[in-house]
Design a protein around this ligand. Sequence first.
Ligand code: PLP
Length: 390
Amino acid sequence: MNYAARTSHLKAEGAYQVLARAQEMEARGREVIHLEIGQPDFETFDNIRLAGIRAISEGRTRYTPPIGIKPLREEIARQASQRYGGAPIHPDQVVVSPGAKPNLFFPALAVIEPGDEVIYPNPGFPTYEAMIRVAGGVPVPVPLKEENNFSFDLEAFHRLAGEHTKLVIVNSPGNPTGGVMPMADLKEIAAAAQKFNFWVMSDEIYTRVAYDHASVPSIASLPGMMERTIIIDGFSKTYAMTGWRLGFGIMPKGLAKVVQLLLTHSIGCTADFVQVAGIEALTGPQGQVDAVVAEYQRRRDVIVAGLNSIDGMTCQCPQGAFYVFPNIKSFGKSSSEMADLLLEKAGVAVLPGSAFGIYGEGYLRLTYSNSIENINRAVQQIRGVVKGQL
Ligand code: PLP
């Protein structure tokens, strides 16, 4: 059987592949420390779970408008307008979806014509390249610069951007690096967007997971950018709701209408009781989010110090998300050889940087949404293997 060419480039996400191998080892009795999957290790907060349960009991189990229920879109719009400098945001600019992913894919389908160039971060979230190719676009990876906190290599960006650019994707704080893009870099990208008239997609799913009390700058808050920016955000990471599937996009009304049509004919709508739980997440107590972020920051400090104490490894201190992206180039092995070695010999599941694109080679991605005890054990075990094997 042959399948349509538009699917031939699709491959599984590295995290799921490594997880499957780690689980096989566990089934054979090996102990594995999981630092591969990018999801919070906390349970969804109680008030949110109860709101979801209550909504099911009250019969909130039917179809909703494909764009999402109005009270949720109103609350998202209200909070977004505060975050993006007070500019009014209309609820009709908000598109709710089951997880953030459909709000990456469908706006991409709505703006990319076959042959259009799309600049995206590399190393970066694998869905970007997948959706660009499915839409028939030409993926143009821009390298991230380790010494600039994994923000864009701006020289490369200026070489790659031009009249032929349809869309530029930014992701800050970023997966897989945890890097936060400084406002100065975003201003340069915004200036290029105005000059060459391209769209910007700003994936801000980790925006609340930022450290040292820093607030993460957004390209959407720059003058004139709201009308050409698609903001992607969601509940998965901030409220530990990965399995609930709830996310949203904020975009100009015209584009929101097109995306709503794509949702109508694909996913239909997002579960009503999940949206009710989302309202509780946004309007309920926020102290628990701050407490979780403070805990991540403690873990970040432990893992960064631990990895930097291993001879030959260097690890930047990320300002957001829950990933570190240590440089392993000095070991002379590919990132997937290193990840295999660490899984087999150290019993620590990590991802090769190459799972996030060509410029991820020479790095590993470790998630620190795990206990400090496990992080310390993982670092010890990695140190032992690195000393003995390399
Ligand atoms: N964007 C980035 C950068 C991510 O890392 C993820 C999930 O890992 C998503 C989007 C998708 O989030 P969701 O689970 O809400 O679809």
